[in-house]
Design a protein around this ligand. Structure first.
Ligand code: BGC
Length: 707
């Protein structure tokens, strides 16, 4: 999928020619020049040797789009040329369950990176969502390694199609922000291999990612930037990674260890850059014989290899910023990401011909999400808010009145810090109630924002911030036609809303086209097809790391006590009812599953299982349905999750039509990682295949045997 065909012999000729050019350059470089290629010389830049025509390494953040240029100290460079498209956040992309959109996302963002002269984009980011409170859940994809892998591979391919290197991050187990610079993660080998590494492995071995970013934290006692096991043995050894390992910013802690244990490029944001571990100190270590010239040459080879695939490659595209195609990609991702959680009264889609007035209530109706909090954002060329989207679509025909409802100020640092979940503002609520009462329909826009969910910290709890619950209750009491739209990038406790409200929509930090997509879902121009990429726990204590008291760690040690039972794997196996399960999402259509069968009844480990079923759209609206195929192994010799996602497919089905859906699973992907033999083992015996519309709504099933 999405890969231009290049014959194997043409590819190996090309590789050989690049290798020989690199070897020749390495022969010409002095030791000092080589070392200058291995550390930052600006916040986002490194290297560059004019006399030999070696361009600088120019990185920039994703994943929300190409970040604006910054000066030392992270202040804006105040350019007029660095605005960009704001792409939906990671969990939004994951909620589309659509790898094709992940490819387009990568492709379009990289086209903008090209136009801005960047050769490495620091994206995609896809650490497993282990902790619902993690500040970066919004940036990451999901709690499931398979969904993560399918999206990561296509994002990487999309990015690199523009001769821009993807930098997959953060390798590895950067699953919380609390103490991220010091925490040591202890995780058993099977869990590491089955849950936390698959998307990294897939993005290297299938996606062919050219760079990877080491995480801030430690794994088994060693910082990820100097982790021999992760970097040398796994990544460069087992996975045969040919590109460069880049440290997270300021995430390098030694010279000799980091150099010998696999880091290639030290990045950071604080000058003077010659004081970096991979600058003068590295030169001294080479001279002292602690780091060999062979190790240095190998790093230089990797950096040049990345450059030969990017700025030094042939037919370099020019790139383009915020083309109509980019906006369309954002719109498509946003439209397919929005999750319909509840529609008991069929209030949605809005029957706009019968509606004269709409009360739009809540700060999130006018809030923008391209910036906020700590960490990477985008200087968005434009961002359509939810209110503007509704005005665009309905402004002429319907009287739209707005009330803010709550104040969303969240400032965690400084003299005027304000971090409490602010109390309800009764004057604002009164005004909202009056607006709701005088309107046919009330649409509430609540949830988080990018100040509230942020890199560098985790949320304290799942509670809706800013006194929003009181607003929801008051508006719901004032207008029976109240629709609640919750905007966030991570799970929240919306248990009371689920109990008391009949119409609930989940939306995300959905990029430049946010409001247009949202409005189109509400009026039915788009039939929602998003499915939750993570479990919403009914209570934090139900979530595995909380149930086992395995977060945020003690004395900077964090043991992943839940092992492989992350996310729905835990909830299903332990029979705990979540608030909303993994894979959940309704539609304006109804889908009826039938006729499940597999191409055979028993398989050899080298074969593929082909499962086929029919899905009929019995509703009035055309829609897209994601068929999810889980596998369950009973009577296993090792602990197994009750079920694991092994395949999925999103299909478009017209009203009244039936789609025949075919899903494929390689039998080898049913394996567990056997710690005794350090091998993947496919257990013989029976496996159940469970096809469903979510992880808990299994509609069809079958059993196969592996010989
Ligand atoms: C983040 C990275 C980011 C880097 C550069 C770090 O704080 O962890 O994801 O790419 O900063 O902005």
């Amino acid at each position: 999928m999405f890969t231009a065909f290049v014959s194997a012999s043409a590819q190996s000729k090309k590789d050989a020619s690049i290798d020989s050019k690199i070897a020749s350059l390495i022969r010409k470089l002095t030791l000092e020049e080589k070392i200058s290629l291995l550390h930052a010389n600006g916040i986002f830049s490194a290297g560059g040797i004019k006399r030999l025509g070696i361009p600088q390494i120019m990185t920039d953040d994703g994943p929300l789009g190409v970040r604006e240029d910054v000066k030392e100290g992270w202040g804006s460079a105040n350019l007029t040329t660095d605005s960009a498209t704001f792409f939906p956040n990671g969990s939004a992309l994951a909620a589309t369950w659509n790898p094709e959109l992940a490819y387009r996302y990568g492709h379009d963002m990289a086209e903008e990176a090209r136009a801005r002269g960047k050769n490495i984009i620091l994206a995609p980011a896809f650490n497993i969502c282990r902790i619902p409170l993690c500040g970066r859940t919004y940036e990451y994809y999901s709690e499931d390694p398979f969904l993560n892998s399918r999206l990561a591979v296509q994002s990487v391919k999309g990015i690199q199609s523009q001769h821009v290197a993807a930098c997959v991050k953060h390798f590895a187990v950067n699953n919380q922000e609390v103490e991220r610079n010091r925490i040591n993660v202890e995780v058993d080998e099977r869990t590491l291999r089955e849950i936390y590494l698959p998307a990294f492995k897939a993005s290297i071995t299938e996606g062919n990612a050219w760079t990877i970013m080491s995480a801030y934290n430690k794994l088994r006692g060693a910082y990820c930037s100097e982790n021999d096991y992760l970097l040398n043995q796994l990544l460069k050894g087992e996975w045969k990674f040919k590109g460069a390992v880049i440290s997270d910013w300021g995430g390098t802690h030694s010279t000799v260890k980091a150099a010998n244990y696999g880091l290639d490029l030290e990045m950071g944001s604080r000058p003077p850059y010659n004081t970096y571990y991979f600058a003068d100190k590295l030169l001294d270590s080479v001279k002292a014989g602690k780091v060999s010239t062979k190790v240095i040459d190998e790093k230089v080879r990797r950096i040049l290899w990345v450059l030969y695939h990017t700025d030094m490659s042939e037919n370099l595209p020019k790139g383009a910023i915020n083309t109509p195609a980019h906006s369309k990609t954002v719109y498509d991702i946003a439209s397919e990401s929005i999750v319909l959680l509840k529609n008991d009264k069929h209030l949605l889609p809005l029957n706009t011909s019968g509606i004269k007035s709409i009360a739009v209530i809540g700060d999130n109706a006018t809030h923008t999400f391209h910036l906020g909090g700590f960490g990477a954002g985008v200087k968005a060329r434009y961002e359509v808010t939810a209110l503007a989207g509704l005005q665009n679509r309905l402004g002429k025909a319907v009287d739209i009145k707005y009330a803010q409802g709550y104040s969303a100020v969240y400032r965690p640092y400084g003299k005027n810090a304000r971090t409490e979940n602010a109390k309800p503002d009764s004057a604002m609520i009164q005004q909202a109630v009056a607006t709701a009462k005088s309107s046919d329909v009330a649409i509430l826009f609540i949830g988080g924002n990018r100040d509230y969910e942020s890199e560098g910290r985790d949320r304290k709890d799942l509670t809706l911030p800013f006194g929003e619950q009181a607003l929801v209750d008051a508006v719901t009491a004032a207008n029976p036609n109240t629709i609640v739209v919750v905007v966030g990038g991570a799970p929240y406790d919306i248990g009371d809303i689920k109990k008391n409200n009949h119409t609930i929509v989940w939306s995300w930090y959905n990029g430049s086209e946010n409001g247009n997509a949202l409005a189109d879902v509400l009026i039915g121009k788009i039939n929602p097809s998003g499915k939750l990429p993570f479990t919403f726990p009914a209570s934090l204590k139900d979530s595995p790391a909380f149930a086992l008291n395995a977060y945020p760690g003690e004395n900077l040690q964090e043991e992943y006590k839940e092992g492989i039972l992350v996310g729905y794997r835990w909830f299903d196996t332990k029979k705990i009812e979540p608030l909303y399960c993994f894979g959940y999402g309704l539609s304006y259509a109804d889908y009826k599953y039938s006729g499940f069968y597999t191409n055979k009844k028993s398989y050899k480990p080298s074969e593929n299982i082909t499962a086929t079923l029919k899905v009929k759209n019995t509703g009035k609206y055309a829609g897209k349905e994601t068929v999810q195929l889980y596998v369950s192994k009973t009577g296993s010799v090792v602990e197994r999750a009750e079920k694991e996602l092994k395949a999925f497919k999103k299909v478009k089905i017209a009203a009244g039509e039936t789609a025949t859906v075919t899903l494929s699973i390689a039998v080898k992907d049913l394996a567990y990682y056997d710690v005794k033999t350090s091998k993947w083992v496919v257990e013989p015996g029976k496996y159940k295949l469970l096809a469903g519309t979510s992880s808990r709504d299994i509609e069809q099933s079958g059993t196969i045997t592996v010989d």
